[in-house]
Design a protein around this ligand. Structure first.
Ligand code: DP6
Length: 320
């Protein structure tokens, strides 16, 4: 009754920000994301009648804060009369810092738990279950580029491009490794309740999704770059105009954006995107990755960079 799964985090190019239904964690908008290869979370779920309660160990340390969400995730998958679980998670990148660690963690937990309980679900059904725990986790069930659609009462997922068809690359500039002050779940609700820009953000999302989807299908890098940066800055405008304001950037975040602007002016195929954290993800074509990495590593305030090609879907690696 033990299984191990690996999932990669994904980075949204057209962002999910806002919930239509908080209890069922249904997103208010669709989103498009890319799954990253070099970053990963590995999760082992052990179900045992000997355990009195669920246990969660994250990167070698017991974690109480995430435990209720993990327990709920296991309940929705296996049922609440299940055996208790020991969940051990390891990520090779900073967690809770705007690098989509909840996406890879919940995707891997869902796959490992289904494996440990010997349950077989199809990919979309598993993705929906992971999405109950964390909206972005549903997208890590697909490699390459994926679209999550908000279809009324549920979500649906479609692969827009396999990872080798349009081999985009990503340079992640890490400017801070400490966990963020406000997690996405709470921050989205603050935006919905207080940001004067929230309703127009929701209204315009389908337009951005259409433009991005069309650009991806014809592999138009510049077209995708323009709509992805616009969508990212719009999401951050919603956050900045919330009360209290949510300002996830630091001065190095701004400097990285300026570096990307300079590279663009020099003809480089690159664009930036930023999530609920201060890290900058520079998406580029393979021919420009080295130049983008060199420029970002030399940007003051950047602590580390991680370079990645597009990654595979969440998967089971061991079942005993
Ligand atoms: C800014 O998926 O972490 O990264 O559903 O509440 O767990 P919950 O939110 P989460 O939000 C991700 C927000 C984002 C944008 C995105 O990934 O689309």
């Amino acid at each position: 009754m033990q299984a191990t799964a690996i999932a990669q985090p994904n980075i949204a190019l057209i962002k999910y920000w806002g919930k239509r239904d908080v209890d069922r964690n249904l997103p208010a908008v669709g989103s498009i994301s890319i799954t990253l290869s070099e970053l990963y979370t590995q999760v082992t779920v052990e179900l045992s009648g000997d355990l009195a309660s669920d246990e969660l160990i994250v990167n070698g340390e017991e974690s109480q804060s995430m435990l209720p969400r993990i327990s709920r995730c296991l309940d929705s998958l296996i049922g609440d009369t299940r055996a208790r679980a020991r969940v051990t998670s390891h990520s090779n990148f900073p967690i809770a810092a705007g690098l989509a660690s909840s996406a890879s963690a919940f995707a891997a937990t869902t796959v490992a738990a289904a494996g440990a309980a010997n349950l077989s679900y199809d990919t979309e059904a598993l993705a929906r279950l992971a999405g109950l725990a964390s909206g972005s986790a549903a997208r890590s069930f697909y490699g390459g580029i994926v679209e999550l659609k908000n279809t009324g009462d549920t979500i649906s997922l479609t692969s827009l491009s396999e990872r080798d068809v349009w081999p985009l690359q990503v340079v992640v500039a890490i400017t801070e490794t400490a966990p963020k002050a406000t997690g996405s779940t709470a921050a989205m609700e603050i935006s919905r309740e207080t940001s004067p820009f929230y309703s127009s953000w929701i209204e315009r999302q389908d337009q951005d999704l259409d433009v991005a989807r069309a650009a991806i299908l014809r592999r138009d890098f510049r077209g995708l770059a323009a709509v992805a940066e616009h969508n990212c800055l719009k999401m951050h405008s919603v956050m900045w105009a919330s009360r209290p304001p949510m300002m996830y950037w630091n001065s190095a975040t701004m400097r990285c954006m300026q570096t990307v602007r300079r590279l663009q002016a020099e003809g480089c195929n690159v664009f930036f995107t930023i999530d609920a954290g201060p890290q900058v993800k520079a998406v580029c074509l393979p021919a420009d990755t080295e130049r983008v990495s060199e420029a970002l590593v030399a940007t003051p305030g950047v602590r580390k960079i991680m370079t990645s090609v597009l990654g595979p879907a969440a998967r089971l690696v061991l079942q005993t």
